[in-house]
Design a protein around this ligand. Structure first.
Ligand SMILES: [Zn+2]
Length: 547
């Protein structure tokens, strides 16, 4: 039995990567009672079970600081696509969205926000408080650890639904109260999604007022900033200002400039460097994918994208309102999410239809090609596909420059995240198969393409950006490193064999070369197979309030 806590297991003769960026060394690592018991020269340690890893790399389990596994992990507690990559901790509650706190009166808004997954039987929506949600996560067991941020959108929705307005003083006070409750329950901070409804309806001052609550608990501010294209520099400056005025660290999410940005990644990183030079704690995460597969409705102006589908269809069917919606998209006065830049700038050749159940003939074609075939304006094709399919039409938007991904990967203040979620190539999470290569292959892909084949990073630096750096950022000081006493979240991989099978192959497959994954000392992946073990913990940020 290899999953018990009560026997000592030794990973022998590995090349040990400590997670801190130090060069690897030959060593043995002993695991006992969930923790790393000992690290010693190769071939010297004894135990009830010895696994000779034969020179493969032994590293801390990977910590993915930007995921959206909040509900997918309830649907499939084995966290398949995460743990098969070597991820042992997911940070959830990103981009302003967490499934709690939740108010009875706004349950419909919340369900609508999460879309189809909210109808799954495993998503009971029985929780109301943040603590109850965390208990729900823990109660059925999880394959990996989870740390959650409190989503600003959830707080706002619980108090004022999807209203496009400022909160009253009473409403703001209620949001602060709910946030304090979430922090008491163990949230690691607050996240915002300032391009999505209802986050985009909030002023900077509203977020500062909430940030002050988080600061009392020593949490952090994580943000999908207010536009990552034309407005990227103002948006990064806003995030930094919020941190400065509320007095808390700032973590900027997936901050690659998207198509339409006036600058390359060096410009937003310069703002981060300047803030750090002035003593402000600002960090960034990014993933290495140049495209995204959202629903086409995500590109509509925020004040209409959350309406019932019949209303959206009616708006798009009438020529006058269709023209107005088109003008709004092009004006982009309230910056919409990154991919919408391709609509604004008429980059129809960069948008390829992935799923469209009621227009199957167009799947695999770009909007530009469909428009040519139909003899139509591409904007009209975009609207017609929404009229035909509602929210069920997804496309691949090719909207990020590879050069920026390399710049971000190399910057010392940028950690590596997936911006994906724990998925599985079976069941609801694969119906229809989502385009989410980051969810299946982010970390192996970095090791394969950016470390081994075309080096942009050293192996040690790449692992640091996946382990000790994210752990430090979220205050998980006993994870993300290989040191006696730390939790035994450990991954064993073969750099020669590592292969991301989620790039050219669709539907996606698990990567190769991730041979063993331990979570809290328990084997979850053995010989690239899931053991079925659910040893993950819901991590809670437990620091005393200063007031
Ligand atoms: Zn985001």
């Amino acid at each position: 039995m290899t999953t018990a806590f009560d026997h000592r297991l030794v990973l022998a003769k590995g090349r040990i990567l400590d997670g801190c960026g130090n060069p690897w060394f030959w060593g043995d690592l002993a695991i006992w009672q969930g923790r790393i018991a000992e690290i010693a020269p190769a071939g010297t340690l004894q135990g009830q079970q010895i696994i000779d890893v034969g020179g493969r790399f032994v590293a801390p389990g990977l910590i993915d600081v930007h995921t959206h596994s909040d509900l997918s992990m309830l649907v499939n507690r084995r966290a398949e696509s995460a743990v098969r990559q070597g991820a042992t901790t997911h940070v959830i509650g990103n981009c302003g969205m967490s499934p709690a706190p939740l108010d009875e009166d706004h349950l419909a808004d919340m369900r609508h926000y999460w879309g189809r997954i909210s109808e799954q039987p495993e998503i009971t929506w029985e929780w109301r408080t943040f603590d109850q949600y965390l208990q729900t996560l823990q109660s059925g067991g999880l394959a990996i650890n989870v740390a959650s941020l409190a989503g600003h959108a959830a707080l706002r929705m619980a108090v004022m639904g999807l209203d496009d307005r400022e909160p009253t003083p009473t409403e703001l006070a209620r949001m602060q109260e709910l946030l304090a409750e979430a922090m008491e329950a163990g949230a690691f901070g607050i996240s915002t999604g300032l391009v999505y409804p209802p986050g985009c309806f909030a002023s900077t001052e509203e977020i500062i007022a909430l940030g002050q609550v988080v600061a009392r608990y020593h949490g952090l501010y994580a943000s999908h900033v207010r536009g990552e294209r034309e407005t990227i520099l103002d948006a990064v400056a806003e995030a930094i200002r919020i941190g400065r005025e509320a007095g808390l660290p700032v973590h900027i999410s997936h901050n690659a400039p998207k198509f339409g940005a006036p600058c390359d990644a060096t410009a937003n990183l310069r703002l981060v460097e300047e803030a750090r030079a002035q003593g402000q704690d600002v960090t960034v995460d990014n993933d290495v994918h140049t495209d995204l597969g959202p629903p086409l409705t995500g590109g509509l102006p925020q004040d209409i994208q959350e309406r019932p589908v019949a209303e959206i269809t009616a708006l798009l069917q009438h020529p006058d309102t269709r023209r107005q919606v088109r003008e709004e998209i092009v004006l982009d006065r309230r910056p919409a999410f990154g991919p919408a830049g391709l609509l604004k700038h008429g980059q129809w050749q960069r948008i390829t239809i992935l799923h469209a159940p009621r227009s199957p003939d167009v799947v695999g074609q770009t909007i530009e090609a469909i428009a040519r075939g139909r003899g139509q304006d591409p904007f009209d094709v975009y609207f017609d596909l929404i009229v035909e399919n509602g929210h069920d039409v997804d496309a691949i938007f090719d909207y990020i420059d590879q050069a920026d991904i390399r710049t971000l990967l190399q910057h010392p203040a940028v950690m590596i995240c997936s911006d994906g979620q724990a998925l599985a190539p079976y069941g609801f999470l694969n119906d229809p198969p989502p385009y989410s290569p980051c969810s299946y292959g982010e970390f192996p892909g970095v090791l394969e393409r950016y470390v081994r084949d075309d080096p942009v990073l050293t192996l040690e630096e790449a692992i640091r950006k996946m382990t000790s750096f994210p752990a430090q950022r979220f205050g998980l000081m006993d994870r993300g490193v290989l040191r006696p006493g730390a939790w035994a979240d450990v991954v064993v991989f073969d750099l020669e064999r590592i292969h991301d099978r989620a790039t050219n192959l669709y539907p996606h497959r698990y990567p190769a070369g991730i041979d063993y994954v331990f979570v809290n000392g328990v084997l979850v992946v053995e010989g690239e197979k899931h053991t079925g073990a659910l040893p993950g913990k819901v991590l809670r940020h437990r620091r005393e309030t200063t007031t």
